[in-house]
Write a protein that binds this ligand. Structure first.
Ligand SMILES: Nc1ncnc2c1ncn2[C@@H]1O[C@H](COP(=O)(O)OP(=O)(O)OP(=O)(O)O)[C@@H](O)[C@H]1O
Length: 247
């Protein structure tokens, strides 16, 4: 049974799960340097759902890749659950990704020849204390689709299998890069409902990237990026249910 938010806050842990300070990322291609991140400060609290908004090219994916241990910052510091990731070796970063992090991307990347259950099993077989694949699929509302192959599922259902696959290993943090980007609004809302449920029931910390300002209403906190910096932070008065929003 995962600890509730209040349990965690009284157990002596700080309520900050992840913290980046002064994060910079410069890409050098031939003679051209792109300063994709120009000194980002970001803190993610345990159990919170944060939406990261920003125009194309503002640095959202670059930031997500660094926080998720897929890339390294050129400058700045990064800590996760008391561990310094700034100077982590490649092996340590791999361990961090395997044990603690889940990813959901715009395209679902399911294996076509495997059923929904088998796609989720790919992850649960190598995790330490995973959920049963059926349990993860039930949590995202696909308890009746476990034996279906990706081609027999709608786009939104396939994305929910991808969410089940990402959360079945019980990651502490889930990074979602445009999880509804390929979906119409009604289908996208079903995917957001699955994410919202995982966040509430498992207290999984979440960072969701989107272009879609309306999705900010389901968050505890909304961050907005521009030109490689977080330029605005807001907290909606009331966190709406995904079924209450539209776009
Ligand atoms: N591997 C790379 N090599 C060179 N430049 C890169 C690389 N990755 C990103 N960039 C540049 O860094 C900047 C930020 O890109 P990033 O993908 O983080 O933006 P984004 O906000 O996620 O955009 P989008 O919403 O379009 O996905 C852009 O100018 C992009 O061209």
């Amino acid at each position: 049974m995962p600890a509730s938010k209040s349990d965690k806050q009284t157990s002596g842990q700080t309520d900050i799960l992840m913290e980046g300070r002064g994060l910079e990322r410069t890409f050098i291609t031939g003679e051209v340097s792109v300063h994709a991140l120009r000194g980002v400060d970001i803190s993610l609290k345990r159990g919170e759902l944060v939406v990261l908004l920003g125009h194309s090219g503002s640095g959202k994916s670059t930031l997500l890749n660094i926080l998720g241990g897929l890339d390294r910052a050129t400058a700045g510091t990064l800590h996760f659950d008391g561990h310094d990731l700034t100077h982590a070796s490649d092996d340590e970063l791999t361990r961090y990704r395997r044990r603690s992090v889940g990813f959901v991307f715009q395209f679902y990347n399911l294996v076509a020849g495997l059923t929904a259950k088998e796609n989720v099993s790919l992850v649960t077989e190598i995790a330490k204390s995973p959920m049963k694949p059926e349990e993860a699929l039930e949590l995202v509302g696909l308890g009746n689709r476990v034996q279906h192959f990706p081609a027999q599922l709608s786009g939104g259902e396939q994305q929910r299998v991808a969410v089940a696959r990402a959360i079945a290993k019980r990651p502490q943090i889930l990074f979602c890069d445009e999880p509804t980007g390929a979906l119409d609004s009604q289908t996208g809302i079903r995917v957001l409902e699955a994410l919202d449920r995982v966040n509430r029931e498992l207290s999984t910390t979440m960072l969701i990237i989107t272009h879609n300002v309306g999705i900010g209403e389901i968050a505890d906190r909304v961050l907005r990026m521009q030109d490689g910096l977080i330029i605005e932070e807001t907290a909606p008065k009331r966190r709406l249910k995904p079924s209450e929003i539209s776009w």
